[in-house]
Write a new protein. Structure first.
Length: 353
């Protein structure tokens, strides 16, 4: 199985494609599986920095069957950047030609069909994601043990006013008429689909519906990382997993934060990186806890009429993660419904031995 290499570069603006210079040859660009980026918009419905980034990067990725995933919002110390996932031949020996890599990090990308407005954020949405992730795990990655999966990154669609009206004109009710809330519903449905595919919740309609009804409080995935945007109608999916069939120096770890100030969980994951290994990237989800509390203390992220709660959470967790990681070009995405415990969020760490 072909392995991967992961490259990262900060960007000067949402339309900046200069990081392509990181790719050492035209063949690298042909093998570009995914571009995963953070842009400096508001991360909300009208964040057009995501659309601009997708527009300029898609021509470099889509022709070879790759996908783009852009998460808006670089509040606080977060730096706009892109991460490349590039396939490359197995490395049976390291640069010194003295040792063999017995395992490595493998990646697969794919997408579902486009969703109708009335399907977004529903059990139909969750089922589509579950089916696609399951097929990617089985057919593309040959994953036998779901524990080998470190992250399932999903970029999912959201509802716009035009889509809601289109549904109503066809006699179809959407999950919500609030475009901002539709982002959360879409993320939640996608996360529950990932949870089904990884065996984290039962593969039944009742389990998915219960997760939707509890808004991700009781049913969630520890490895789903879902963000929504108006720049697509389907779901873009990127999976990172350990594989003995992929021989390369990249490795992955996964876990989750229990709340927005869970320093202990971040440190525990970082401590698992072997001495001498190089940190590559960390992917973290963040959200304001819906009960309005963090370890018994009241927070105001949900009641600020000036700044959306996901922006508060992204800034707070982004600062914490950047301090632990020692760099601000980290992937911290707001809105973690069903992606880790309520108020917390999933975490994936990638390093190179």
């Amino acid at each position: 199985m072909p392995g991967v290499k992961i490259l990262k570069a900060t960007t000067a603006h949402p339309g900046d494609t200069s990081p392509l210079s990181l790719l050492s040859s035209a063949n690298d660009e042909q093998q570009l599986l995914a571009v995963i980026g953070k842009t400096e918009g508001n991360g909300c419905v009208n964040d057009f920095t995501r659309m601009l980034s997708s527009t300029v990067w898609d021509p470099h990725v889509l022709p070879s069957g790759g996908v783009t995933v852009f998460s808006g919002g670089t509040e606080g110390v977060l730096s706009p950047h892109v991460s490349f996932i590039v396939t490359e031949p197995d490395h049976h020996q390291d640069e010194s030609n003295t040792s063999t890599y017995e395992q490595g990090l493998a990646a697969a990308v794919g997408h579902t069909r486009g969703l109708q407005p009335w399907e977004m954020g529903t059990i139909v949405h969750a089922r589509l994601v579950a089916a696609k992730v399951s097929s990617m795990l089985h057919d593309d990655l040959q994953v036998q043990d779901p524990a080998d999966v470190h992250m399932v990154l999903v970029k999912c669609p959201l509802l716009t006013t035009a889509k809601i009206v289109s549904g109503l004109n066809q006699g179809k009710d959407c999950v919500t008429t609030d475009t901002y809330k539709s982002m959360a519903w879409s993320r939640l449905a996608a996360a529950l689909g990932v949870a089904v595919a990884l065996g984290e919740i039962p593969d039944t309609d009742d389990a998915i519906l219960a997760g939707l009804e509890s808004y991700g409080k009781t049913a969630w995935s520890s490895r789903a990382s879902c963000s929504s945007g108006a720049e697509l109608e389907d779901n873009h999916i990127v999976i990172l997993a350990s594989s003995k069939s992929a021989s390369n120096p990249y490795r992955g770890l996964h876990g989750f934060m229990n709340d927005a100030i869970d320093l202990e969980s971040l440190l525990k994951l970082k401590q698992q990186i072997p001495a001498g290994a190089k940190q590559v990237q960390i992917f973290v989800k963040a959200e304001p806890s819906t009960d309005g509390l963090i370890r018994g203390n009241r927070h105001t992220m949900m009641t600020d009429s000036d700044i959306q709660g996901t922006r508060h959470a992204r800034a707070a967790v982004g600062g914490l993660v950047s301090g632990v990681w020692g760099s601000s070009d980290v992937y911290v995405s707001g809105g973690a419904e069903g992606q880790g415990p309520m108020g917390g969020g999933s975490v994936c760490v990638v390093y190179k031995v």
